[in-house]
Design a protein around this ligand. Structure first.
Ligand code: SF4
Length: 416
């Protein structure tokens, strides 16, 4: 089969060209609030602006991206080392250009704590990331989230009361939780990290989940893993744990129903997975992979471990955002790589690697809708406010939560 992939010379923007090709065999997809594209438009033109942080002053609403960019740049210069700007890989280009550091949530939180000379940390990412930065920051540092409505739908699927209630049910069922080790993915509320710290557990990231689970099985018989079922299942499978020993706790069932599990299945389980998922990574599917391979026989498909089990099993490689970026950078010129992760990162990798053909496995452009809420207007607002001595949108984790959450993070760090 011929693929007709345009050469690097023919392609002004390889991502856009490949997107056109992929559109030919587009399959019906779920729609999301940002399906119209990833280019920045004025805040007031965003269809979902009404549900974003509304108290941003009106002067920022209609500004075009060029003006916003100039204002942020000027403010950045005036503030100098007073501020560190962090940009998660999934942030839009108009934000990432200002980042002193870009990376995944944990790497960024660590970077911020190393920059203790700067009293203000502006975290361009989502809520749990700013919390993690505040947990690791020096006492004099203040962490700011540009848009307070930038949360994470996966983290929200594990509300602390639901997790505590499940834990109590497990305690009643097994007679004790001494042999159950709670492990939370970085993408969770600070209070759940603290819960893990208090109950002999740890935090993990998508890069070190295997090491953390190996450690957990040295501490107890069973792992209670939240909030991402897919990362938990993919990690357990990588460690050789059979699928039927990884059970799914349905938190939507009323308390007293053992998360909709059969008693014997729970007794035989080694990992109890919380029924959470990432709405972005759950979009990637086997039909998309089959169609991509049919169209581009030489393609390599790399996906993030937040994708479904069957997608990870069928992929050529799986790993964190750092792994994906390194994989692409090391690929030979001319490589064709389809990536199963958030579109802003894929698009950036395509631009940074013009000698390779890089595209998103999902032909519909759907950014993480909560990451997307960090519009440059919010960044301009918090930065210009800082210049006037006003700290807008501070994220502050209570001290006792910080103490216990740090214990869970330190257990993870000790494994490296
Ligand atoms: S990409 Fe998924 S896990 Fe990451 S912030 Fe968005 S919803 Fe949450």
């Amino acid at each position: 089969m011929t693929t007709n992939i345009p050469s690097a010379k023919q392609r002004a923007n390889p991502y856009v060209e490949v997107e056109k090709i992929l559109a030919e065999f587009n399959t019906p997809q779920l729609q999301c609030e940002t399906d119209t594209g990833i280019d920045t438009i004025p805040l007031s033109s965003e269809v979902s602006f009404n549900s974003w942080q509304p108290d941003i002053p009106e002067e920022y609403w209609k500004l075009e991206v060029n003006e916003l960019v100039q204002r942020v740049r000027a403010s950045r210069e005036r503030l100098g080392d007073q501020v560190v700007i962090l940009g998660h890989h999934y942030q839009r280009e108009d934000i990432v250009q200002f980042a002193d550091e870009r990376g995944d949530s944990f790497a960024l939180a660590q970077y911020a704590s190393d920059r203790s000379d700067s009293p203000y940390i502006v975290f361009c990412g989502v809520h749990f990331m700013a919390e993690a930065a505040d947990i690791l920051a020096a006492p004099h540092q203040r962490v700011i989230l540009p848009n307070m409505e930038a949360g994470c739908s996966m983290a929200d699927m594990a509300s602390p009361p639901d997790v505590y209630s499940a834990w109590r049910e497990l305690e009643t069922f097994f007679g004790s939780t001494a042999d159950i080790i709670p492990v939370t993915y970085m993408n969770s509320a600070a209070s759940l990290k603290a819960f893990c710290g208090e109950n002999g557990g740890a935090v993990c990231t998508s890069s070190n989940a295997v090491q953390v689970l190996e450690w957990a099985f040295e501490q107890g018989k069973r792992v209670f893993f939240f909030p991402d079922q897919h990362l938990g299942r993919n990690t357990g499978s990588e460690m050789g744990i059979p699928l039927d020993e990884m059970v799914l706790w349905n938190w939507r069932k009323p308390a007293g129903n053992l998360g909709d599990l059969k008693e014997q299945a729970l007794r035989d389980s080694r990992i109890i997975l919380w029924q959470g998922h990432c709405s972005v990574h759950q979009r990637f599917s086997l039909p998309q992979m089959e169609q991509t391979r049919a169209r581009f026989p030489e393609v390599e498909i790399i996906v993030h471990p937040e994708c479904r089990y069957e997608v990870v099993q069928a992929a050529d490689a799986t790993g964190s955002t750092a792994f994906i970026a390194e994989y692409v950078a090391k690929a030979n010129p001319g490589s064709v790589i389809a990536i199963g992760t958030e579109i802003n990162l894929v698009s950036r990798l395509a631009k940074e690697n013009p000698d390779k053909t890089i595209f998103c496995l999902d032909p519909v452009v759907c950014p993480c809708s909560t990451m997307y809420r960090v519009h440059p207007a919010y960044l301009a607002w918090v930065m210009e406010s800082l210049e006037r001595g006003e700290v807008i949108n501070r994220i502050e984790v209570p001290n006792d939560t910080k103490t216990h959450a740090k214990i869970a993070l330190e257990r993870m760090l000790a494994l490296k």
